[in-house]
Design a protein around this ligand. Structure first.
Ligand code: 13P
Ligand code: SF4
Length: 337
């Protein structure tokens, strides 16, 4: 593993802290009325509403589809809808805009960013590539379109392992920007990767000691871990058949089929709503109940309603950047997961 810590252009979020993230905003309007209005507007505008698993419950409830990054990209590509309202963060809406150049992709709040995506930009990737001219560049989907345009492959937490395994074993790989996901990939694939030192401020804050504190009292319960977590690589060190490293959609599917009495969950707490719906008989215990992504929570029902009324804000990607990014994204959509 080559840790590129300190590399110019890398500005990882503060591990263990969500203080830099924008705060979730309270919604005072009547949710039932708002939800009905949103559904009516979506019908009138011929819009499909896509939502990520970390979205507020009332936003998930108005969506046509709720999923992880891979599922959302695939659903956007297959929707054929002229308007896509993306209830997630900016890089997800950009990915949809690249896959669906004919559609109008709306992000109800353009400030819905991502600390992980912000940890690397196109210039930094170009400089890194210049140091490793023969390497294959694999970017996690949590990156800007500009970074994807510099990449050979894109991947998500659902198919990162399959993407690495699809690359011939003798090829050098630059993996960015999530350090924890990269460390986990090194373990499960047995490959050596060059790793960018980026992190998500929410998941980096979920530390091995947090896992230890919760699981010690209940060692028999299974643990669901998102690979972005600060505990991921260490979690594998004490991994057993009860530790499952999964994407958000993978967690929902695991919960649906397991029938367990209690499950421990290491990721952003927005997932708990979907987990409880998927498996009402299971009790879900978050490893950290303060693991909240303020960016995801910027999308509120009033903003979804206002965006549908106004037909914006629209996320656009420059055609030349989109054309270069599309190849890596299409490989991601096609591989595994
Ligand atoms: P998933 O693709 O697993 O939903 O993860 C997206 C994300 O942003 C996690 O922080
Ligand atoms: Fe980005 Fe982290 Fe929020 Fe996911 S949880 S959108 S990686 S800041």
């Amino acid at each position: 593993m080559t840790n590129q810590a300190g590399r110019p252009g890398a500005t990882p979020g503060a591990a263990g802290s969500a203080v830099d993230a924008p705060h979730a905003e309270d919604v005072t309007e009547d949710v039932t009325e708002l939800a009905a209005e949103v559904r009516d507007l979506a019908r009138e505008r011929n819009a499909v509403i896509l939502a990520h698993h970390y979205q507020r419950p009332e936003v998930q409830d108005v969506a046509d589809y709720v999923g992880d990054s891979l599922g959302l990209a695939r659903r956007a590509a297959a929707s054929g809808a002229p308007v896509i309202v993306f209830c997630g963060v900016h890089f997800m809406a950009e990915t949809a805009a690249i896959l669906c150049p004919e559609a109008t992709v709306i992000l109800p709040d353009l400030e819905a960013g991502c600390s992980l995506a912000a940890s690397v930009d196109g210039a930094a990737v170009r400089a890194w590539k210049a140091e490793h001219p023969d390497a294959v560049v694999v970017s996690y989907v949590n990156t800007s379109a500009e970074v994807k345009a510099e990449s050979d492959y894109c991947c998500t937490s659902s198919n990162a392992r399959a993407v690495i395994e699809a690359i011939p074993p003798d090829r050098e790989i630059l993996f960015l920007p999530d350090l924890f996901l990269g460390l986990w990939l090194e373990r499960v694939t047995g490959r050596r990767l060059h790793l960018w030192p980026g992190e998500c401020h929410v998941h980096a804050g979920i530390r091995p000691e947090d896992v230890d504190r919760v699981t010690r009292s209940e060692p028999d319960a299974a643990l669901l871990v998102h690979p972005e977590c600060g505990c991921t690589s260490q979690a594998l060190a004490f991994a057993n058949e009860r530790t499952h490293v999964l994407s958000t959609q993978g967690m929902i599917e695991f919960a649906r089929r397991t029938g367990a009495r209690r499950l421990h969950v290491a990721t952003e707490v927005g997932i708990l709503y979907g987990l409880r719906r998927a498996a009402p008989g299971t009790e879900f215990v978050p490893i950290r109940d303060d693991a909240v992504c303020g960016y995801m929570k910027r999308i509120t029902l009033p903003k979804v309603r206002d965006a549908l009324r106004a037909g914006g804000p629209v996320v656009r990607v420059a055609p030349d950047v989109a054309a270069r990014a599309r190849r890596a994204i299409e490989r991601m959509v096609a591989i595994g997961g």
